[in-house]
Design a protein around this ligand. Structure first.
Ligand code: AKG
Ligand code: FE2
Length: 235
């Protein structure tokens, strides 16, 4: 693929995306299989509720989420949230809740920390949302990141808040490429994790058109999520 400098990919061979998810689906973590083609798995109680509270407390200063546009990073009507990125997450004692989560992800899911992005916390207040998008990463919009780290092959998202269905705030997957396709809503629950593929099983460097998703509008309360993306390249 043009520009991509990769030593190893998370999913090096055709079918290894499926191998990863099939194994996880059968594991003692007892995930709920929301979809198999493409894979979207939900794991409840992945970490203790106390840890989710601690993560919110240990987070730094949140700033408005911006969107990468042709004229630079801008506030746009595409999303309404604020965010804080945890650089070198877990290596600082004051952020031990993050270290605990990062360790659990490596040991229970077997995902290599070296290939992950910084953990990104998003906060949505009443009226918060994130329109339909894909996490894959475009080589055009972020060429440097693409060249060094390659596409985001997998997304792992942890909910740090409980939000009632009536208040919105679900993560909504459009399982088919079309807006008319099957929808799957995941409601925020503390300690719940959702993990999905951003690339095709047979083409692990190509964007999977079936995993577009959005954060539906939250009408009341506060929603928190912590997102990690796993890139193809081991830097
Ligand atoms: O907040 C959500 O439910 C979705 C967040 C998301 O899609 C992202 O961070 O890429
Ligand atoms: Fe996303």
């Amino acid at each position: 693929m043009v520009g991509l400098r990769c030593n190893a990919t998370l999913f090096p061979a055709a079918h290894s995306v499926d191998a990863f998810f099939s194994k996880l689906a059968e594991s003692h973590l007892r995930p709920v299989v929301l979809s198999r083609t493409p894979w979207v798995l939900q794991i409840d109680g992945f970490i203790a509720e106390d840890t989710t509270h601690a993560m919110i407390q240990q987070a730094g200063r949140f700033r408005s989420s911006v969107v990468n546009t042709p004229s630079g990073y801008r506030l746009t009507s595409f999303r309404n949230s604020s965010q804080w990125g945890c650089a070198r997450c877990g290596s600082r004692p004051a952020q031990s809740a993050f270290a605990h989560y990062v360790e659990r992800v490596s040991s229970l899911l077997g995902l290599p920390h070296r290939q992950s992005s910084d953990l990104l916390l998003l906060r949505y207040g009443a009226g918060g949302y994130y329109r339909r998008h894909h996490d894959f990463l475009s080589p055009q919009s972020q060429p440097d990141l693409w060249n060094h780290r390659g596409p985001r092959q997998l997304t792992l998202m942890l909910y740090l808040s409980d939000n009632e269905e009536a208040a919105g705030g679900a993560t909504r997957f459009y399982i088919q490429a079309s807006m008319r396709g099957k929808r799957v809503d995941v409601q925020p629950r503390r300690g719940r994790v959702v993990v999905w593929q951003n690339v095709y099983g047979r083409k692990p460097l190509v964007r999977d058109e079936r995993t577009f998703h959005e954060a539906t509008t939250l009408s009341a309360g506060t929603k928190y999520v912590a997102t990690t993306w796993y890139h193809a390249c081991d830097p």
